[in-house]
Design a protein around this ligand. Sequence first.
Ligand code: FES
Length: 440
Amino acid sequence: VRDNATRIFDKDAGTIEASAYVDPDIYRLELDTIFRRSWLFLAHETQIPNPGDFLATYMGEDPVVVARQKDGEVKAFLNQCRHRGMRLCRSDAGKASNFTCVYHGWVYGLGGELVNVPLEEPAYGTVDRAAWSARPVPRIARYKGLIFGCWDENAPDFVDYLGDAAFYLDILLDRSPAGTEAIGGIHKWVIPCNWKFAAEQFAADSYHALFAHLSAAAVTMPDGSYSADWGGNGFQFTSDRGHGTGFLLDAGRREMLTAFVGPEVARYAMEEGMDSAVERLGVARGQRIHAQHMTIFPNFSFLPSVNTVRVWHPKGPNEIEVWAWSLVDADASDAVKEAYRVGGLRSFSASGIFEQEDGENWVEIQRCLQGPVARDTTFHVGMGLGRSSIDDPDFPGELGWVFSEVAARGFYSQWQRLLTDPDAPLIPSTRREEARHAAE
Ligand code: FES
């Protein structure tokens, strides 16, 4: 399988084999190498604000519980009883002082520590509590309201893992001194498609918006305001860790905000909320960027202007479960928060007009891939290949034109590197580091 993965993507040629999206062996390897080792999104701080608050979620296909501890810290542990393997917590979210397994009644604390075993003395003598606690997620990172976890104890720090991507992630997280707040519930729905179609599109695909979303944009934009000239001005950023983003600059910002999330949000983003954003992020990020899409590798994605945030939970090679919710500046008015929530529902949610168009494309691709010939086809991921990269003093990192696939190639390069080499560091070593190692 690893040999196959070596051939499946060719960065220099700009090609990827269809089997990447449907082969069960590749999928199994993805769980073992990529999801087992990468930093994965767990929750937003405001989804578990108080001691005892918990959320049950997934890291890849591994179920985990994320819980606020009595001292305010956050811990996460495998949602699996150590007795006979039962799912320990069967609620989606809530408040608890401990977790009792429904099978035989072993009890675990908020951090996953084993605290009680029924009939312990007569049945067992003693049970070593430390040895039989739920398996902890050993690394937890908290970044500007977001909580990430990683199974790899030796993984680099999360901020290092982000690298230059932090600059672009902050456009979502750091517009206000009050930080951000998750609002509404988590919308969860199933799409029968491979997780990479969604993650790659959010990392690297402004291109589809020109076509797939054209009619929806036309009907949601103020009358007659659409201009084909907006599309040319913007960049795509790629990271050697697989993260990617793309965005437009300047013209069309109010019209697109209005189309995606409505006039109230457009007014907030361009008027009352903008001074603070510009003060904290600068003009380029606070005022000029719009229509941004982004993925933090492997499966955490968001749209900073719509403020929809989502995880593409993999459920086999042919299915994902989307978990999506809205994020707002914590000090925005209730009316603005509600406008974001409703605007997000209308555009990007299980019932969202733009979301339907994305889902439809991914589902139909996956259906095609069930045929043996379709599964044995090569796809084109070469847009922008050979064009010189762009330097812009306002935007760090490796850039291409907004209509390129440089970030898709970055995404698949990291995917392939982790897939084919179990010892590959999460952050590729730079040429400078390689030279230093060689000198040593
Ligand atoms: Fe949990 Fe037995 S499986 S107590």
